[in-house]
Ligand binder design. Sequence first.
Ligand code: ADP
Ligand code: MG
Ligand code: ZN
Length: 634
Amino acid sequence: MEMNDNKRRRNMILYVLIAFAVYLVLSNVLFPSMRYQQKITETDYTTLVDALDKKEVDKVEYNTDSYEILWTKKGEGDDVAYKTTGMPNDSGFTDRVVDAGAALTSVVPDRDSGLWVYYLITVFGPLIIFVLLGWWLNRRMKKAMGDDNPSMDFSGGFGGLGGGGLGKSGARIVASKDVGVTFKDVAGQEEAKESLKEVVDFLENPQRYEEIGAKLPRGALLVGPPGTGKTLLAKAVAGEAGVPFFSISGSEFVEMFVGRGAAKVRDLFKQAKEKAPCIVFIDEIDTIGKKRDGGGFSGNDEREQTLNQLLTEMDGFDNQKGIVVLAATNRPDSLDPALLRPGRFDRRVPVELPDLTGRKAILELHSKDVKIQPPIDLTAIARATPGASGADLANIINEGALRAVRLGRKRATQEDFEESVEVVIAGQQRKSTVLSDHEKQVVSYHEIGHAIVAASQSDGAPVTKITIVPRTSGALGYTMQVEQDEKFLTTRQEVLNKLAVYCGGRAAEELIFGEMTTGAANDIEQATKLARNMVTRFGMSEEFGMMALGTVQNAYLNQDTSLTCAPGTAERVDEVVKRIIEEAHASALQTLRENKFKLHELAHYLYKKETITGEEFMTLMRRENPFQPPQAQQ
Ligand code: ADP
Ligand code: MG
Ligand code: ZN
């Protein structure tokens, strides 16, 4: 009972605080001129044009209704603004701004803010907001925390409104003439580039396509995991074709006022038509293009209106003008099918995680900007980073350079990059965590357990590094295995081998200390996931055979599967998974028993050295030990 009261009081306070914050932000946004009262200088249009010609202008905020222009100069910051009214009907205005290299923001005008509206809003506005908020919080509390949360919509809109600088209340349409990126800046995405070359060609020679009567896709959807270079590719298309690039992010559409999103889309396309040929890029399109489902809070209505407007605009423009709409998403399966219909985003450009050669190309590209100390073997780094995205790889190079600086060197070495692979993939080395002596021993045995099981398999990936230096990610040590070649198919035996390797750490602890520790938590998680996939997705169990028992929820993000079978079956799946893991565990334990002597020897070695290479490990593993008792004894 008491708990409940406390909770309610806390919610009450939260509610009042949020409402107050919303009110402050709203009053700021609805009457933006108040923000600049002291610092605004009135100028006429020729002054602005002069400043533009001299390329002195930094940002331009342009009200599409009243033709009022607020602008700032480079080097003066956002505090000093100029206001230009009475702009003549100059259709070349957008050109001027873009040519001057200034950032252009169009403001979609607020509703008529006459005096009575002012009163209505100041008097009833807070009231309405309070009521709505109360209702929203109530609804949120009823819903179990964390399910498809409307709070996301809310905070999104909130953040959008609070975003700083000019154009607080308007659409942020970013136009730039020269994006400074071409296909040369995108490495390893050859197929994606190939299919986008056609778009470039279309933008360069629209008449050629017109003459023959060919219809080009109006839109292309770049689909792939985060960090693979989708945004980069879209910019590169504009850069290659030398056309303006209008970009807007889907998350910015999610706003509080119904109708604003749709107005932004209208405005975006209006500007694009003026500047055609050009690229319109909609990043994170899944935020507005989610599958429409009936019934919902106003957030959904808003999204739906925005989506409808986008569809209307895409159907409406004259394709021969040369507007190509590119969009990016990492959740293609959640998109509304209407977006994928012919004449809209009917072309899909997969932007996948790079393979070995792709990774090497990306590393090479990014290492060009860094001073390096030869010899550098980027192939080795590419080999050690399967599953890394382009952004990860760019990060690895940068972290390597940072490490060189930290160590007071002028050039980055191979060691820097190798270390940064671990930083990016396993978290920073955590020098401050001090393990007790006993803990260090346990971790040594645990890691060598993994390594020995891996090494005893005939064609497993070789162990390349073992360390017991803790990482900030929380891992106390780890054993790195690197495949010789890129692998696309995995056999059942290989999956079983991998499971045994996962079990090797815990098995070693049990064998030597007769005790379990929490250190195996991550291994257990990985092993369970793998075993479950064997049963539900790979058809690798005798019990179920080739029966799909689950669907992958999001192919690009985490491969999480949800079961699609009867509850009774789910129970049996659990049993099979349990059995598979038990068998893997038993096999790992058996291997370690047979190699107990090596386990001791190697664990002591690791304990002393903390980090050992794959070669050191293999040499010791193969070495005849002079003190080893004759065979058969263990
Ligand atoms: P996405 O939009 O797919 O999430 P981005 O285009 O924003 O990914 O990529 C982020 C950064 O990662 C880029 O700015 C670039 O530095 C780097 N990057 C990603 N993919 C590549 C690639 N294929 N070639 C070169 N750099 C890349
Ligand atoms: Mg992106
Ligand atoms: Zn482990």
